[in-house]
Design a binder for this molecule. Sequence first.
Ligand code: PEP
Length: 258
Amino acid sequence: MKEQNAVMRPYIVGNWKMNGVKAMLAEARAIDRAAGRNPGVDVALAPPATLIGPLRDAVTMIGVGGQDCHTAEKGAHTGDMSAVMLADAGADFVILGHSERRRDHGETDAVVKAKAETALAAGLTLIVCVGETLAERDAGQAEAIVGAQVDGSLPVLADPASAGLRLAIAYEPVWAIGTGRVAAVEDVVVMHAAIRERLMAALGEAGAAVRILYGGSVNAENAAALLAAEGVGGALVGGASLTTEAFLPIIAAASHED
Ligand code: PEP
């Protein structure tokens, strides 16, 4: 039996990345209906920014989020999107610090932290991503790297007691994202425990209520084992969130863990 705070419902989030045009709203509607059939699970989708508004209008049961936001509320930042704009479009959360943002856009922990604070001020909740590269894991540095990412990326919360409602962490080993190579369950347990320690150090007792999601090649076959693992509060899912066929079994697996 998992030792888990009773208020922590499993949280299953689909990250559509740079995939999806309006035709994908049919998938979102089907995912929304599946969420309705699994009321013990919090389900959410982070579509491309262009679909946040239409997706918000198409669903009633699931959360809708952005995949990034700027550190500033507004201004001369061509092509960027602010947290205020995401909220205005209908988002209720934002994913920050995804390894693809860290890699493609040079995002540091300090940048992620600044974005997190802007997003909170805009009323969004957060999923802050952390994870080590394969070279870092092979060098025995996974816990130290991820711990430092947690410490450096966490926003200062106006009300730390509300951390569990405002914040989730996604542990996503970089080498497991989009590769089909999933982390071993025992390694996930170790890393989630290390992240929990950092959360407790930063937030005190409130750190116990922050959900820690696993991400990295989660699919219908491996979801049940990962979601049943100690300290795993849900999953951030990329490729397998793009079709109902792949995503619904993951929601169903989470339903058995609620
Ligand atoms: C992700 O993008 O956050 C992710 C985990 O992707 P995938 O599930 O495709 O590995």
